[in-house]
Design a protein around this ligand. Structure first.
Ligand SMILES: Nc1ncnc2c1ncn2[C@@H]1O[C@H](COP(=O)(O)OP(=O)(O)O)[C@@H](O)[C@H]1O
Ligand SMILES: [Mg+2]
Length: 256
């Protein structure tokens, strides 16, 4: 298998604190790669470096073999790296349907087939139909006329994922996609993430705290602690790693 996204020797420091020390990570096509580790381990910082939101002091990032270390976030999106945020980024006062239509409009603009101000909704019938069928595919069509602000946490996350999908990513990065969710919402988000990989052939890179979620979707795990990668491998191997138990799961291993 070839590496889709790869980072080597990543060092990142804020002015007063060193956050990432010599981090290596490789994500292969079609895996659900979950980065776990205690709060403050550097997971979100690593995601920002991989997505181009921040630049490392040293180290390199490749996407499908291309050195993207110097590219900004938008250029990485254009190459196929999508991402969602810990708090879903939606047009809260727009309908669910309009949110997806806006994302599809954005795709058309990137392709150069549509022009004008991005915020002016003047979509073709085809885009509206496409948005409806994407909503239907993931059980959100019944909510199409609702204001996005009124959705549950889980449906907001699923809508955000649909909007990310509109840009045709090959890899989607999700930072704590189930944070703060009730169990039902959490399950529906996990189910959608698994479908993205199994049905749509996408590659996923996630961070996650909830161990049930982690083992419900991970095909590979990377464990971070204090800015370093301390283990990486298939979930069962990582689960049995004594050092991981000590650092992450606690000495009694009560969470794993
Ligand atoms: N903007 C910032 N300025 C200074 N330090 C920060 C900033 N953001 C995060 N940190 C620090 O970087 C470390 C790693 O944070 P983060 O990447 O958010 O970890 P995680 O996502 O694993 O919880 C923490 O010690 C955090 O306090
Ligand atoms: Mg974080």
């Amino acid at each position: 298998m070839s590496n889709m996204l790869e980072a080597k020797g990543i060092n990142f420091a804020y002015p007063s604190v060193n956050v990432l020390s010599d981090v290596d990570i490789s994500v292969q096509a079609h895996e659900s790669h979950v980065v776990i580790g205690p709060n403050g381990a550097g997971k979100t910082t690593l995601f920002k470096v991989l997505s181009g939101e921040m630049f490392p002091q040293s180290g390199k990032v490749w996407y499908n073999g291309e050195d993207v270390t110097g590219l900004d976030a938008w250029e990485r999106v254009q190459r196929g790296i999508g991402r969602t945020f810990q708090v879903a980024r939606l047009f809260a006062e727009q309908s669910v349907l309009n949110n997806v239509v806006l994302a599809l409009e954005c795709r058309e603009r990137i392709k150069g087939t549509s022009h004008g101000a991005w915020w002016r909704l003047h979509s073709s019938r085809e885009l509206v139909d496409e948005a409806m069928s994407r909503l239907a595919q993931y059980g959100l069509a019944v909510r199409s006329e609702d204001e996005a602000a009124n959705l549950s946490h889980g449906d907001k996350k699923r809508l955000e994922l649909l909007m990310t999908l509109a840009l045709n990513p090959k890899l989607i990065m999700l930072d704590e996609p189930t944070a703060g969710m009730a169990p039902d919402d959490r399950r529906s988000v996990v189910e959608m993430i698994n479908r993205l990989r199994e049905d749509e052939g996408l590659t996923l890179l996630l961070t996650e705290h909830d161990m049930e979620v982690v083992f419900g979707l991970a095909t590979r795990l990377t464990v971070m602690n204090q800015g370093q990668v301390v283990a990486s491998g298939d979930p069962e191997t990582v689960r049995r790693d004594p050092m991981v138990h000590e650092i992450y799961f606690g000495k009694g291993g009560s969470h794993a």
